[in-house]
Design a protein around this ligand. Structure first.
Ligand SMILES: [Zn+2]
Length: 332
């Protein structure tokens, strides 16, 4: 095996391996698809119709594109019941907590994701206020937001992660679903969801729940895999974020704005992060995106230094980065 780069280390590898093994159990060997009794057909959450074209398959799941709005999504999907039992039984959570606790992972999260987002939130709401992070994991973002001057609180369904957030960061975190937390209406100035929205079987339902607890002019922030990104468009099922079980929706700038608009929000700020040029280069070398090559050929492909900066600008300007950050305001 070649040298590992980026953040592919043994904990992240263990996490991906278990995720892969768990996924294999849902595949009907007769059809190569997910067992029929575990899935149901769904409507596009933006257009509310089931009218789509197959784009590719991965691990028994079909990834389709809505003919009307273009949203790439999984259809059919595991039923809500199956999803809930997976999240309860899955062994991936403990490995994910280990991955999250690593110093380099934390620094990377802060620099690439959290700081740019907090800067935008401070610009939109200079007075700051009360911030809720839904799916707060071990509480790293909340800790940073608190240092930045926000009053913070979290919601996290994984009991172990919620406990780490309480004991290591001294945060207030409820181990419940948002609609079970009992928050009074119009409690929060800001609600954030980091890598959460794409997991939820009912995106419109969570938007309604958020709207209830958000102030009339409050803001909501989403960080999601970007269906418009160059790297997902290129690598499709070979990309580690593309998972039929876990990541149900691959929102783009347009589809994200549309679903927010449908639910009474207006997009204020939107940008992509992580241009993934290194990964694109490795993919074009016939190697996996996450490892240095095992073989070195004389006529190796590489993106010339002179093009690299221009390509990065092009990706940023057109919101073609791997992940999308959207901040929208509640229209009351
Ligand atoms: Zn649609």
């Amino acid at each position: 095996m070649g040298k590992v780069f980026g953040f592919m280390d043994k904990d992240r590898e263990a996490f991906l391996k278990i995720k892969h093994e768990e996924a294999q159990r849902f595949i009907d060997p007769k059809t190569g698809k997910i067992f029929a009794h575990m899935v149901e057909r769904i409507n596009c959450p933006v257009c509310d119709v089931d009218d789509s074209t197959l784009v590719f398959e991965k691990s028994g799941f079909d990834f389709v594109q809505c003919r009307s709005c273009g949203l790439l999504h999984v259809n059919p999907q595991l039923t809500g019941e199956v999803q809930d039992s997976i999240y309860k039984e899955s062994k991936t959570a403990e490995h994910w907590i280990k991955v999250q606790k690593k110093a380099h992972e934390q620094t990377w999260n802060i620099e690439k994701k959290y700081k740019p987002a907090l800067d935008e939130l401070a610009r939109l709401r200079p007075e700051k206020g009360y911030l809720l992070d839904v799916g707060c994991s071990i509480g790293q973002f909340l800790d940073l937001a608190r240092t930045d001057g926000w009053d913070v609180e979290g919601v996290e369904l994984n009991a172990d992660a919620a406990q780490v957030a309480r004991s290591e960061y001294g945060l207030t975190v409820q181990n419940k679903k948002l609609d079970e937390c009992g928050y009074a209406p119009e409690t929060f100035d800001v609600v954030t969801l980091w890598g959460v929205f794409e997991h939820l079987t009912d995106p419109n339902g969570i938007l309604a729940d958020i709207k209830k607890v958000l102030k009339k002019d409050g803001h909501v922030l989403f960080f999601v895999p970007n269906g418009h990104s160059l790297i997902i468009r290129m690598t499709r099922e070979l990309n580690s974020t593309v998972s039929g079980r876990a990541h149900l929706w691959y929102f783009t700038p347009a589809t994200m704005s549309k679903i927010l608009q449908n639910n009474g929000f207006k997009t204020d700020v939107e940008f992509s992060v992580l241009p993934q040029i290194h990964e694109i280069e490795h993919f074009l070398r016939y190697h996996t995106m996450y490892r240095e090559p095992d073989i070195l050929c004389e006529e190796e492909f590489s993106i010339p230094e002179s093009l690299r900066a221009g390509l990065e600008d092009y990706i940023d300007e057109n919101k073609l980065g791997y992940k999308l950050i959207t901040i929208a305001q509640n229209l009351g």
